[in-house]
Design a protein around this ligand. Structure first.
Ligand code: 1GP
Length: 246
């Protein structure tokens, strides 16, 4: 499956929803059930990754295989060169642009690229940008990030344009899993305007209802990611996906 083509084709019909499953939070069998529920709710793809834990090697591979049974594309969302699996369809080949550490800007990517090549994974080049969200999230802490201030959307525009000029295909504005506050709609709007339609704009972190998801789409997001809600409440997941695709 060519995942970028699949995403672009589906985006022509409607905005998209991706479900994030953290391989560290449950056994592969439960991950497979969550992916099945996500598919039934209308999600377009499953992302697999998490900030912290020990879900590498066999546990990660088992989780990816289990999720694949649901029939949705599986895209890795790795925290490092360790979190790669030959069983996935693709991966977000991402740089955490507002990290202070060369490890997350380029070093993990340099190490991981050899495995991406060996496994034949489809790389989806992505700029990952973490936005202030009321409290320090795991991703911001672990990634040694200087989050974008909520009142400074122009900083996000600077990173997004740099990513566009590097030839990246995706920008992910991330509030962080379980964030208190979601990415501000004003920031989504100015980033959308700056990048035009050359890149796909992903927004996630702390989205827990349809109204909030709709607000992000109306502001200019192409893809909404939810993680926590898929684990907790499949009715809410259906509400969110319904609002994105209305
Ligand atoms: C984290 O944006 C995602 O990378 C998902 O966040 O768990 O808050 O939905 P939630």
């Amino acid at each position: 499956m060519e995942v970028l083509k699949y995403i672009l084709k589906r985006r022509k019909k409607s905005p998209l929803h991706f479900t994030l499953i953290d391989p560290d939070k449950q056994e592969p069998k439960r991950a497979s059930e969550l992916a099945q529920k996500a598919k039934e709710a209308g999600s377009d793809a499953v992302m697999v990754g998490g900030t912290w834990g020990d879900a590498y090697g066999e546990k990660l591979n088992g989780t990816v295989k289990g999720i694949k049974n649901a029939g949705l594309p599986v895209i890795l969302f790795p925290n490092s060169a360790q979190q790669l699996s030959p069983d996935a369809d693709a991966l977000f080949f991402m740089s955490l642009l507002n990290s202070r550490s060369p490890q997350y800007l380029i070093e993990e990517q340099m190490k991981g690229s050899l495995l991406v090549h060996k496994y034949g994974l489809e790389p989806l080049p992505m700029a990952y940008i973490i936005v202030e969200s009321g409290a320090t999230t795991g991703a911001a802490w672990a990634g040694d990030v200087k989050p974008i201030p909520r009142g400074k959307p122009e900083f996000a525009v600077g990173y997004a344009l740099a990513a566009k000029y590097f030839g990246m295909k995706f920008v992910y504005l991330e509030a962080g899993s379980g964030a208190k506050e979601t990415v501000p709609k004003e920031m989504i709007g100015v980033v959308r305007k700056a990048i035009g339609n050359d890149m796909l704009l992903i927004v996630g972190g702390g989205i827990r209802d349809g109204r909030t998801a709709r607000e992000k789409i109306a502001a200019g997001a192409d893809i909404i990611v939810t993680g926590t809600i898929a684990e907790e409440n499949s009715d809410k997941l259906k509400e969110i996906i319904g609002a994105i695709k209305e």
